[in-house]
Write a protein that binds this ligand. Structure first.
Ligand SMILES: Nc1nc2c(c(=O)[nH]1)N[C@H]1C(S)=C(S)[C@@H](COP(=O)(O)OP(=O)(O)OC[C@H]3O[C@@H](n4cnc5c(=O)[nH]c(N)nc54)[C@H](O)[C@@H]3O)O[C@H]1N2
Ligand SMILES: Nc1nc2c(c(=O)[nH]1)N[C@H]1C(S)=C(S)[C@@H](COP(=O)(O)OP(=O)(O)OC[C@H]3O[C@@H](n4cnc5c(=O)[nH]c(N)nc54)[C@H](O)[C@@H]3O)O[C@H]1N2
Ligand code: SF4
Ligand SMILES: [Mo]
Length: 689
């Protein structure tokens, strides 16, 4: 395989940019030798986690791909792109535009996400574009839109948390998933709601907080129980309910039958603890409730987040200065990546593709007839499931995702990818998905290109080029631009990031996520710009909802939701719940962090966290090699005994590949509203290997 030379250049120049990984987007500098140093920025206050510190190792990594691959062999760009364009054009002519599908990622910059969505709709004419954010933020996004009329993960800056008295973290292991974030919680009493005793739970309890351990997939019942406490103890905020919300009565009708002792039987969380948490929240002036993937990645994730929002509304928190509800966006551009059109139902500016006015506006910017834009496609789970089937897509282009490792029911995903006529993957590395591809396109990495990302607060940031890419690689924008030209697309595909951003500004103007007032010049001048920012003079919007929510009547919506539980049940054959998630040292599907020696040495292989009693019953001890078996498949892992974990639950990280892939066992059952699969609860048994 062709590899890049590792070059060590000494230089005084340090470029100010942000971390390539998570949505906290810690400030860092990178010099022309790819050395990373932390930089003070409000979200990280000068801190970086291990992943950020070592990110420079990815630049000039010996396994960096620097030549396109066709059928696994090096090929010229002309040949690779010519082959891709030719085969895409032929498929479209013979089988129609929906014979080609596109899969994007929340790590892509705003410019890339925007151009990828435009490429799908205009150059390919396909409705079938979706992205890995479907696996990440889609349930929180749908719940936020439903309740508040707008989805911005945190409708306030992270630094607002510095003043909080109480912070409740639901299914969020921030001590491992965004370590510098924890510094914003130092003044607050924290409540951590997680089936596992995580590093986050431990630090919360050590500081006088609480750890509640619901069974996986039972958060909805827990939130109903807490709403019951709030109302029955007279702690609901009647003035707020009257002035700022609608629909409380309907939501209360459901919660009225979820008294805390009933909730205790379903969730395992003591009624007394439910009461304590509600009293803590009601008794504080500055309080926040934050959810993350533990609450959201369920077949009823939208309703679960809704139940937590209902509790926050009843207590008068959202849109109140010094208080709030938020969801912790995960990927580096998880927020911007869900706004600019790589989502199946969406056009740039968080517009809906089925809205005639939105279609007319965006088609106008693109210079194409609105009637030429396809309608909404389907979510990622359905999309991956349809690949290569009769009438389904025959080609897939992947930018910024590694679904062979990260999509649920990974063995099924692998066989769908194998059934395609053409798989094209753009990636700086040969990921597990790229390994299956007919054509792999080597692209630049974060420190080698310009762009913008939108962090977990909705603040737009500049990523900057710190050093040149290795010869032979191209940017994603250059790839899309070249393919757009080769396919004779009826609109231009600029490859300069700022030119793409200028187009994005125009396309987003007037939409819910309005970026039209944001420019590279303003960002480079150091302005802190949070969307919406509808004009060049507008200061941006750090805090949303203080006067009104984004529904036409300005009021938040209570939506009545009922507890259902996970899509599959445990039984004598599969008696345990498996839940999955993250560890500090690795990022996502591991394409990047498994290649960083310092990180790989911390967590070299997969493990399964098991309560010691449960391990003993399965004939396993700490350090034993085990198989975790579900109705779909089995994953290999080393047993790690964890006395703080529920005895009915095991935990697997999803960062590992091959036989260690946690997604061999997970359940793809999608949420009916968001299409989010149930990564966080499936029935398994544990066996010695
Ligand atoms: N180190 C590291 N950091 C990351 C990432 C990474 O891959 N590695 N990825 C980034 C991305 S894209 C994301 S989305 C975020 C995710 O950030 P988090 O949401 O904090 O991470 P997870 O580990 O997926 O899940 C959080 C917790 O949910 C718990 N959980 C499981 N099931 C349930 C349940 O039913 N109810 C409740 N209440 N909790 C449950 C798990 O035990 C876990 O500790 O992290 C970002 N940061
Ligand atoms: N079991 C289980 N599965 C999960 C989850 C879970 O909690 N449990 N979490 C889900 C969540 S929240 C997420 S976000 C997904 C993430 O899972 P994936 O979508 O697989 O995300 P990454 O591993 O970040 O994949 C990014 C790929 O793109 C490449 N890449 C990085 N930057 C660029 C770029 O600028 N351009 C291009 N073309 N490529 C780039 C990287 O090298 C890598 O191969 O996993 C989901 N899967
Ligand atoms: S917390 Fe997130 S953004 Fe900060 S250094 Fe770690 S991975 Fe990077
Ligand atoms: Mo994510």
């Amino acid at each position: 395989m062709p590899v890049a030379a590792r070059t060590e250049t000494e230089s005084e120049t340090e470029t100010e940019t942000h971390c390539p990984y998570c949505a906290l987007q810690c400030g860092m500098t990178v010099d022309s030798g790819a050395r990373v140093r932390p930089r003070r920025f409000p979200t990280n206050a000068g801190g970086l986690c291990q992943k950020g510190w070592t990110a420079g190792e990815l630049v000039g990594h010996p396994e960096r791909l620097v030549t396109p691959l066709v059928d696994g062999s090096p090929a010229s760009w002309d040949r690779a792109l010519g082959l891709v364009a030719g085969r895409l054009a032929r498929l479209r002519a013979e089988h129609g535009p929906d014979s080609v599908a596109v899969f994007g990622g929340g790590g892509l910059t705003n410019e890339k996400a925007y151009l990828l969505g435009k490429f799908a709709r205009v150059a390919l004419g396909t409705s079938l574009v979706d992205y890995n954010g479907r696996f990440c933020m889609s349930s929180a996004a749908a719940a936020g839109t439903r309740a508040f009329g707008l989805d911005r993960g945190l409708p306030f800056p992270v630094t607002d948390l510095d003043e909080a008295e109480v912070v409740v973290l639901v299914g969020a292991n921030v001590a491992e998933t965004m370590p510098p974030f924890v510094s914003h919680l130092s003044e607050a009493r924290q409540v951590v709601i997680d089936p596992r005793e995580t590093a986050t739970a431990r630090q919360a309890v050590a500081a006088g907080g609480l750890h509640l351990r619901p069974a996986p997939g039972t958060d909805l019942a827990l939130a109903l129980g807490m709403l019951h406490v709030a109302v029955s103890e007279g702690l609901a905020d009647a003035v707020y309910l009257d002035r700022r919300s609608v629909g409380f009565e309907e939501a209360w009708r459901v919660a009225a039958s979820w008294w805390p002792e009933r909730v205790e039987r379903v969730t395992g969380v003591a009624a007394a603890d439910q009461r304590s948490v509600v009293r803590m929240l009601a008794g504080a002036r500055r309080r926040y409730l934050l959810t993350a993937r533990g609450a959201e990645q369920h077949a009823h994730g939208v309703d679960t987040v809704t139940a937590w929002i209902n509790l926050a509304l009843a207590l008068g928190m959202p849109g109140t200065p010094g208080s709030g509800f938020g969801t912790l966006t995960g990927q580096g551009n998880g927020q911007g990546g869900r706004e600019h059109g790589q989502k199946a139902d969406q056009l740039p500016g968080y517009r809906r593709i089925d809205d005639p006015a939105a279609r007319a506006h965006v088609a106008g910017v693109w210079g194409v007839p609105a009637s030429s834009l396809p309608g909404p496609g389907c979510g990622a789970v359905e999309l991956l499931g349809s690949l290569g089937r009769p009438g389904g897509p025959r080609a897939l282009l992947v930018f910024g995702s590694n679904p062979v490792v990260s999509a649920p029911d990974a063995a099924a995903v692998r066989s769908r990818l194998a059934a395609l006529d053409l798989l094209v993957v753009a990636d700086p590395f040969v990921s597990e998905t790229a390994r299956m591809a007919d054509v792999v396109l080597p692209v630049t990495q974060w420190a080698e290109e310009e762009g913008t990302v939108t962090n977990l607060e909705g603040r737009v940031l500049r990523r900057r080029r710190a050093l040149p890419p290795p010869p032979g690689v191209r940017t994603d924008l250059e790839v899309l631009s070249a393919l757009g030209a080769a396919l004779e697309a009826p609109s231009a595909f600029p490859s300069e990031p700022e030119a793409v951003f200028e187009e994005l500004r125009a396309a987003s103007a007037g939409g819910p996520a309005d970026y039209s007032g944001i420019s590279y010049a303003r960002l480079d001048a150091g302005e802190a710009l949070y969307w919406p920012c509808p004009s060049a003079e507008h200061p941006g919007t750090p805090r949303l909802f203080l006067d009104r929510f984004a529904h036409p009547d300005g009021r938040a919506r209570f939506i009545p939701v009922e507890h259902v539980g996970p899509a599959e049940r445990t039984d004598p054959e599969f008696p345990l719940w498996a839940t999955t998630g993250r560890v500090l040292a690795h990022y996502q599907s591991g394409t990047q962090t498994r290649r960083v020696a310092e990180l790989a040495s911390v967590e070299p292989e997969s493990f399964v966290e098991v309560h010691p009693d449960t391990a003993r019953l399965a004939g396993l001890g700490d350090g034993a090699r085990a198989r975790v078996v579900s109705r779909r498949g089995a994953a290999r892992a080393v047993v790690r005994c964890a006395p703080g974990l529920r005895a009915d639950t095991v935990f697997l990280p999803f960062h590992f590949a091959g036989e260690q892939a946690a997604n061999l066992v997970t359940n793809p059952a999608p949420d009916p509203v968001s299409g989010m699969p149930e990564f966080k609860a499936c029935a398994v048994r544990l066996e010695p290997e």
